[in-house]
Design a protein around this ligand. Sequence first.
Ligand SMILES: *Cc1c(COP(=O)(O)O)cnc(C)c1O
Length: 476
Amino acid sequence: MSTPTSYHLPWDEFRRQGYALIDWIADYHEHVEQYPVLSQVAPGEIRAQLPPHPPQQGEPFAAVMADVDRIIMPGVTHWQSPNFFAFFPSNTSGPAILGDLLSSGLGVQGMLWLTSPACTELETHMMDWLAEMLGLPEQFRSTATGGGVIQDSASSATLCALLAARERATGWAVNQRGGTGQLIAYASSQAHSSIEKAMMVAGMGRENLRTIAVDEHFAMIPEALAAQIAADKAAGLTPAFVCANVGSTSSNAMDPVRAIGEICRAQGVWLHVDAAMSGTAALCPEFRWILDGIELADSFCFNPHKWMFTNFDVDAFFVADRKALIDTLSILPEYLRNTATGSGSVIDYRDWQIPLGRRFRSLKLWFVIRHYGVEGLQYHVRNHVKMTQELAEWVRADDRFELAAPAPLNLVCFRHKGGDAVNQQIMDRLNRSGDLYLSHTKLDGKFTLRMSIGQTEVRREHIVAAWAKIRAASQP
Ligand SMILES: *Cc1c(COP(=O)(O)O)cnc(C)c1O
């Protein structure tokens, strides 16, 4: 047989397979409830079924899809199931999936404005739309001093904010000469682990992250922050960065942004507000109290990929002063020089993030926002909060259970009063059953169940059923 001149998939064949795959995805979402929510496989079970060596000859697409069904699906945990209540949601929607597909289809790499002007300009525009939709103050818009950028995750947003804070606090010296001096960062004991990781990556050292005490609702105590900053200054150290959580991961605790922001302003410390999950609630004016004082922040982020029906990965990261961020992350090798960049009249988002390359991720935001409209998004967020509040009422009304923290939005932290072992038993039984998936945290040293409600297809009947199963699973 002669050697073929191309191994590529012909586009008419792609078309056929693509239609079939879209059907597969639609079927999956329509029938997602039939799978055990938490994958029930043992470690190594999936890998053991994969051939040890890559194929020498290409295989038909149908054979690959058959293995998706046979090998991959048993090892999938169904994040899009309406019975998924663990961690925080990572929801998606038809428009988001299609937007992501279009991004793949175009195969654009948007590192510079020049490398695809639409990729940059649609992103700038979507970030300004989001700023308006959340009621963010003027300085976070591209039309003022700041602007937004899509990051892959809140962890990356936090790292970029920390780097800009580091440079601002040292007059842009660390980028030049290395060594971070004695820069100190602050977050509450409930803050996300990504802050500690950012301290490691930024070369600032995890020992220089101060843990600030929280009140009985797990929110940062501003007076404790002020006292720690004063003590560090007195010791000759340089306070550089505070991360406030608007919706902590463990219990959805809301740090008081205004009081913290006033301290940061007075002390010249960078304030980053991490609202990864809860930020989406600010789509609804009645929930915007969570961002009270946001005008005092230097940076803010939230994840449309958690609760805004836009599949992973989209973190929306906003800065009030884009110059500080760009001065921190900009680098211009000869091979990237071009007239548009040189003119200073365009945004090159590579200067707003750690990697050089970037996907056309604003397409999925554009598709989602245009499909739902602001009203559609508000409708579903309100619905999730309403269901959560109803569940919190049921927990309060059952004298065998108690709420472990306030439930301001779409997370309920609760426990059976019988102690840690009973709560562990409830979680293990339910997660093994495959009927639903819950996760846990520790609050006040006690094992606490978490139920987070933000799945695209979740309805009241799922919450009713889940609560019945939780009560049943608490029986000996
Ligand atoms: C989920 C979460 C994060 C981490 O989000 P990634 O986008 O996965 O990095 C950070 N902070 C808070 C408050 C979160 O809830």
